[in-house]
Design a protein around this ligand. Structure first.
Ligand code: ADP
Ligand code: MG
Length: 721
């Protein structure tokens, strides 16, 4: 295995020589670094900009840029790049060097305030869904001060990376970041209104915090390289399950193999350097499946960090002779990859708004915010569903290892009981000693801190002091799910705030408490149907959810249509997060992406079936036939060879025909112009045709010799590293 020359690579990380605390954040232009290096007044300005209190001026940017440049150059950087997240879901970058020729054949290293604040990557080939014509292709990147700049290092060099937002010449959002930033503002505004109404005079701003748990597979690079499906689509489009799958559950939380441990050590090292607090790692349910979770951060930094985590997983894996698979379903028949998006809201003075409190005031606040989430998830279930709607995630949602496609909330018994009691105006149970539940007075029992029966099957679970949105796909950016979540909760909070402000005017604390009680009662009675604490993987739940009227949208194409609805447009426009035009463009881009993805996969199925599987199996059948005649010539038993050859020839014929049918379905889908109709055709016609080809191939794989099969199978991919 080749090894890079960088210190710390390939199992040679010496944490005695370089303690973790020294490594941590050494490549991150964090607030701590800015506090140390910037003049005091400039640092203060930057913090004010981060808090949304001020606009960034060019004067301030000049000073920051010069400091950032010197810091980066001292650490070996030659280039800088504005990182942005176009609607492909990937991270894009265009690199510029710091050099500026001086005219005498020499250069100096320059980086101006303007270059820091604004980039012009052109980038006209990124999807804009019609928001810019290529003749007016200018797109700008603008520095996102809420997410720190950092240095990306690889074995040969260092680049300064500046997280940015990507907008068109006319100011329209072309990326995932702009709406995210706006959604945080929208949520903050409404949450602060509520807090004010509750008597809080100190909080100026509310943040969302996010901690994503990232699942992935590792496979040997040697085997990966032999499979064009993995190379081109990130998943296997063929493959029969080996005799052993995940049924022994011997991988989950098992001892981490040395090779994987070495990979993880280097991964942590790379993440720590840029200030990503990688914390937890373990084996997951499927063979060769793993998870990494950093400690949570503010949501913009968490979104950027997660993009970096995904990229680093892939890069570090390659240095260890491995490939990292982030696809939602790399292997049919074993668990897929998800990403649990842990989400919470915190005030600038350090209060987690989903922390069930220890005193009556914080209890009241918690219950009010929790009720808002219940209402938001119920009313906007379709929108949340759409934020995770990709062709890859379709393989996962509703399959029996992942949350169902039905959006519901888990609260755990004790909390649900309290909310139920409020809704019904009943006593609070034993702990309330038979009194009516009153919010904001001591009769409310201390809320349970830990929701003990942790439910792994719920798509949206309350886990102690945060909500865990578990439908998110492993390979997708977490920007959209968080943006939508922020917007829907902002909407409900704004309605709660309207009521609080008008009903409790001049009435003092008791009037406020009465209003809170009334709001929760009204909201929860109407929306508690979305709360479900049972096993979400069962068929019973599917029937029960239908009875409750909860939507169950099993495919991404239908799930995306909510983006085109007028209620969605007014929701996003009300909170100034996306305009009608921007939403329309996104709807189209997501549909197109869906179609493109399946188009590629179908193409790969045809290629592999025709050019690898068919030739291999017909050669093998012919070999068996020759063996059969040779054996018959000496009057030996030749029936098994003959039967096997016939069986293979028969299924090869089916494979041949199913491939032709797939090609026809694919051609028909490609000819459809309208984006929705096209995506629908890919879903309804092309995907089933792909499955039919696969089933023939998988049957053949079980009949031909291992040596004759043209590429490595699941046994190699899932059990060898
Ligand atoms: P699990 O039991 O689901 O594996 P963990 O306890 O490992 O969950 O935590 C999952 C993630 O939740 C971590 O990234 C953690 O930092 C994050 N988390 C904890 N508190 C919060 C919070 N207040 N806001 C957002 N994320 C949080
Ligand atoms: Mg989790």
């Amino acid at each position: 295995m080749s090894c890079c020359s960088e210190k710390g690579c390939c199992g040679r990380i010496d944490f005695v020589e370089t303690p973790v605390a020294e490594i941590y954040g050494s490549n991150c232009f964090s607030n701590a670094v800015m506090r140390e290096l910037l003049p005091k007044n400039i640092y203060k300005e930057i913090v004010a900009v981060q808090n949304g209190e001020k606009e960034l001026t060019l004067e301030v940017a000049e000073v920051v840029a010069a400091t950032m440049r010197d810091w980066a150059i001292a650490k070996g950087a030659s280039h800088y790049t504005h990182l942005f997240q176009p609607l492909t879901g990937l991270t894009a970058e265009k690199h510029d060097s710091f050099i500026a020729p001086t005219g005498d054949g020499k250069v100096i290293m320059e980086f101006s305030g303007k270059e820091l604040i604004k980039g012009e990557p052109d980038a006209s080939s990124f999807p804009s869904g019609g928001l810019r014509a290529t003749f007016e292709a200018r797109g700008y990147t603008a520095w996102d001060v809420t997410s720190p700049a950092f240095l990306k290092t690889d074995p040969t060099g260092t680049t300064l990376c500046i997280p940015t937002a990507f907008i068109s010449y006319y100011g329209q959002a072309l990326d995932e970041k702009v709406p995210l930033l706006k959604s945080i503002d929208a949520l903050s505004k409404q949450a602060v209104r509520i807090l004010k109404a509750l008597g809080n005079t100190t909080t100026k701003r509310v943040y969302t915090t996010v901690g994503p748990e990232q699942e992935y597979f590792l496979v040997s690079k040697e085997y990966f390289d032999k499979r064009s499906d993995l190379l081109l689509t990130g998943r296997t489009v063929f493959g029969a399950l080996p005799a052993k799958g995940q049924e022994m559950e011997d991988h989950y939380f098992g001892a981490i193999k040395e090779k994987v441990a070495a990979f993880m050590r280097e991964l942590n090292y790379e993440l720590w350097k840029v200030g990503i607090p990688a914390k937890t790692q373990h084996n997951e349910v499927a063979p060769n499946q793993f998870e990494i979770a950093p400690i949570y951060a503010n949501s913009t930094a968490a979104v950027d960090s997660n993009q970096f985590v995904m990229e680093t997983l892939k890069n570090v894996a390659r240095r260890h002779g491995l490939e990292c698979l982030l696809h939602e379903k790399p292997f049919a028949g074993v668990n897929g990859n998800g990403k649990h998006n842990n989400w919470s809201m915190a005030t600038d003075d350090g209060i987690n708004l989903f922390d069930p409190g220890e005193n009556p005031e914080s209890n009241a606040r918690f219950l009010l915010f929790a009720a808002a989430v219940v209402e938001a998830v119920d009313r906007y279930a379709l929108l949340l569903r759409s934020s995770v709607a990709t062709s890859a995630n379709d393989h996962r949602l509703g399959a029996n290892e992942a949350p169902p496609a039905i959006v519901s909330i888990f609260f755990g018994g004790p909390l649900t009981e309290i909310l139920d009691n409020i809704a019904e105006g009943k006593a609070a149970g034993k702990s309330a000693m038979g009194e009516q539940i009153k919010i904001g007075v001591t009769s409310l029992p201390a809320l349970p801190k830990d929701v003990s029966d942790r439910n792994r099957t719920s798509p949206f679970a309350f886990t102690g002091n945060k909500f865990e949105f578990r439908m998110v796909g492993s390979s997708q950016s977490i920007a959209a799910p968080n943006t939508y979540l922020n917007v829907v909760v902002a909407q409900v909070l704004s309605e709660f705030a309207d009521k609080l402000e008008s009903h409790s005017k001049g009435g003092g604390a008791s009037k406020v408490n009465e209003t809170i009680q009334a709001i929760i009662k009204e909201s929860y009675s109407k929306h508690r149907k979305v709360v479900f604490n049972g096993n979400g993987y069962t068929d019973e739940w599917v029937r029960e959810a239908e009875r409750r009227g909860l939507p169950n949208i099993k495919n991404a194409v239908d799930a995306l249509t909510v983006l085109a609805r007028s209620e969605t447009v007014s929701l996003f426009e009300n909170h100034k997060v996306l305009t009608k035009e921007e939403l329309e463009s996104r709807y189209h881009i997501y549909l197109e992406k869906y179609s493109k993805q399946i188009n590629i996969e179908a193409g790969v199925v045809i290629e592999m079936a025709r050019r690898q599987i068919f030739p291999a199996v017909s050669a093998y059948a012919a070999e068996l036939a020759r063996d059969a005649s040779a054996l018959a010539a000496i009057h030996a038993v030749s029936a098994p060879q003959e039967k096997r050859a016939k069986k293979i020839a028969e299924i090869s014929n089916d494979l041949y025909e199913e491939t032709a049918k797939l090609e026809t379905a694919l051609g028909e889908a490609q000819d459809i112009e309208e984006a929705f109709a096209q995506a629908k055709a890919y879903f309804e016609k092309v995907r089933p045709a792909m499955d039919s080809v696969r089933s023939k191939s998988d049957a053949l794989e079980k009949l031909v010799s291992k040596e004759a099969w043209p590429f490595p199978g699941f046994e190699e991919l899932l059990f060898k590293l």
